[in-house]
Design a protein around this ligand. Structure first.
Ligand SMILES: Cc1cc2nc3c(=O)[nH]c(=O)nc-3n(C[C@H](O)[C@H](O)[C@H](O)COP(=O)(O)OP(=O)(O)OC[C@H]3O[C@@H](n4cnc5c(N)ncnc54)[C@H](O)[C@@H]3O)c2cc1C
Length: 294
């Protein structure tokens, strides 16, 4: 990577102009995915456009639309944020188990999503929290749902030259709880399967809202509409959660690879889904089990 240009634009517009001038250039945020990929492929160096000096891409703010996470905000800043810990527990749980403290100090959610790994750990929590992404390109700004942003392994709806400026997460309604669980082979390994669950019980007269998403068990991290439907209009008792977890295991589309078989991944989804749902409905026993296992 030593021979190619390394640009550090100070504004978003300057970054877009550089990218238009050098279409083979890559944007870089924390570089934790990019450097590993460059080393593995021994690829010819490409010009890089660092986003780190662009003030408008950094930081976390809270507005009408919810929590806005600027593209270069390190995961560790997000994990420390009071609103994330209080209102988006699934995201906090994913951030807390992602890689290591050193990596979290530089890696970003935007990089995690733009890299578009099926195993990206921030995606399932952001999917159940109905996040969207703000994209900026030469022709202006647009906002798309995260579910439509992720289209395949390594593929997003980013148009040529476009960059992800921020992730927006609406503030959950009162009575919402969420949880995220993952299973890897060893510490610092990608997830073999992951599940996020969100349950909103506003009051006893209304049906609870349940959202589920899974990672590493399909071409993209995905919502699980069939498992969600299995819980619609049912009391969220132990039998209902087990039944929904079974639907989830059928609904996912895992592959067998060097790291795990498709069958094992389905079994993981069943177990993780039931446990994540139990956490999200506030089952005290599972809180104890997860706390003591981790
Ligand atoms: C040891 C190790 C352990 C890891 N463990 C995990 C794990 O447990 N779970 C997990 O999900 N990931 C893990 N990762 C992967 C990685 O750390 C994360 O995906 C991280 O969030 C990537 O963020 P980044 O800012 O470093 O991205 P970068 O490497 O800077 O960028 C990643 C990709 O996104 C593009 N990009 C970055 N920002 C933008 C933007 N704003 N707009 C458009 N394109 C952009 C880049 O061009 C590149 O293609 C691990 C990595 C390592 C090295």
């Amino acid at each position: 990577m030593t021979d190619a240009a390394y640009h550090r634009p100070a504004t978003l517009d300057a970054a877009l102009v550089l990218k238009a001038r050098e279409p083979t250039a890559r944007y870089v945020a924390g570089g934790t995915d990019l450097w590993v990929q460059a080393r593995k492929r021994k690829a010819a160096p490409v010009p890089l456009i660092s986003l780190q000096n662009i003030a408008e891409l950094r930081g976390i703010s809270v507005g009408d639309k919810g929590l806005r996470i600027g593209a270069t905000t390190p995961l560790s800043d997000l994990l420390r944020h009071e609103l994330v810990r209080a209102e988006l527990p699934a995201l906090a749980m994913a951030l807390g188990t992602l890689a290591s403290q050193q990596i979290r100090n530089v890696a970003t959610v935007a990089g995690n999503l733009c890299n578009a790994s099926p195993a990206a750990d921030t995606a399932p929590p952001l999917l159940v929290h109905d996040a969207s992404v703000e994209l900026r390109g030469a022709s202006g700004a647009r906002t798309v749902s995260l579910a439509s942003f992720l289209v395949g392994p390594g593929k997003t709806t980013l148009a040529p030259g476009e960059l992800l400026a921020a992730i927006v997460v609406p503030r959950p309604a009162k009575g919402t709880k969420s949880a995220f669980l993952r299973q890897g082979r060893v510490a610092m390994d990608l997830s073999l399967a992951s599940v996020a669950a969100l349950v909103c019980i506003e009051d006893d007269r209304q049906a609870p809202v349940v959202r589920l998403a899974a990672g590493a068990v399909g071409p993209v991290p995905m919502r699980l509409p069939k498992a969600e439907a299995a819980l619609a209009g049912r009391p969220l008792d132990a039998a209902a959660l087990v039944a929904a977890a079974e639907v989830a295991a059928d609904e996912v589309a895992p592959i067998t690879d060097l790291r795990a078989s498709a069958g094992y991944r389905r079994r993981l989804v069943r177990v993780l889904c039931e446990r994540a749902l139990r956490l999200a409905v506030g089952d005290k026993e599972i809180h104890h089990e997860v706390h003591h296992a981790g």
